[in-house]
Design a protein around this ligand. Structure first.
Ligand code: CA
Length: 250
């Protein structure tokens, strides 16, 4: 049985694989090529940045442990430019949890931990690309809650007239919470609804909630919008229930 998810129709998606270990690079390249991607390879960070600029891939598979410029720095620079963020799937080793969390904070979309199943990597790549390329749903009218305004179609969010610089996942998380005010969601539920993962590391959710709070809360140390509900999860409370009723913006 072939479980490789075929990429969407149209021109082949270009994926840049950044990995210095030849064997891993070869296996990953082989699997992605067979899954229908056009694959380029870079064995170090600087080459990766050059190739990313020259080839404009749709996604980067990025090993964290690289000679010279490390994967985190590459991730930071890849995500620093203007325009829509380039999706990144990180390859990390066990014991690199701090780096993994930092990578997610830098805007990486997903990760797999070595040793990984190449099929799982292909699934993660397909899932991240699907997300990045999904057209906004037709009913994605802007949602307002108090002085917080989120426009899913334009992928813009602002609070008090100030635009919020959110990563893709932070944006998706905010939209999800905004659409379900007053309801408590566990980390597992958020992982399923926002990330589309049936299983995974719930610390991913914790990291994103913390980052989102830093961007939307007046005082991230005393969050009022995204509350932690002890032993249950998180709940979004609209900033001003008199002014914001969560209804679509006129
Ligand atoms: Ca490596």
């Amino acid at each position: 049985m072939d479980v490789h998810p075929a990429p969407a129709r149209g021109p082949a998606r270009r994926v840049l694989v950044v990995e210095d270990e030849p064997t891993v690079a070869e296996v990953v390249t082989g699997y992605l090529t067979r899954a229908g991607y056009e694959v380029e390879h870079a064995a170090d960070g600087l080459t990766a940045l050059e190739l990313a600029a020259a080839l404009r891939p749709q996604l980067v598979v990025l090993d964290l442990m690289l000679p010279g410029l490390d994967g985190l720095e590459v991730c930071r620079r890849l995500r620093a430019g203007d325009g829509p963020p380039l999706p990144v799937v990180m390859l990390t080793a066990r014991g690199e949890e701090a780096d993994r969390i930092l990578g997610l904070e830098l805007g990486a979309d997903d990760y797999v931990t070595k040793p990984f199943s190449p099929r799982e990597l292909v699934l993660r790549v397909a899932s991240v690309l699907r997300r990045a390329e999904a057209p906004p749903p037709a009913a994605s009218v802007a949602v307002r809650a108090g002085d917080l305004v989120v426009d899913p179609a334009a992928r813009r969010a602002e609070r008090g007239g100030r635009e919020l610089a959110l990563t893709g996942r932070e944006f998706d998380l905010l939209v999800f919470l905004l659409r379900h005010p007053g309801r408590v969601f566990s980390r597992e539920e958020l992982l399923r609804h926002v990330w589309g993962w049936e299983f995974g590391d719930t610390s991913t959710v914790t990291v994103h909630v913390r980052r989102l709070r830093e961007k939307v809360e007046d005082d991230p140390a005393a969050p009022k919008l995204i509350s932690t509900v002890w032993s249950a999860g998180y709940r979004f409370d609209p900033p001003d229930t008199r002014a914001g009723d969560g209804s679509p913006r006129p």
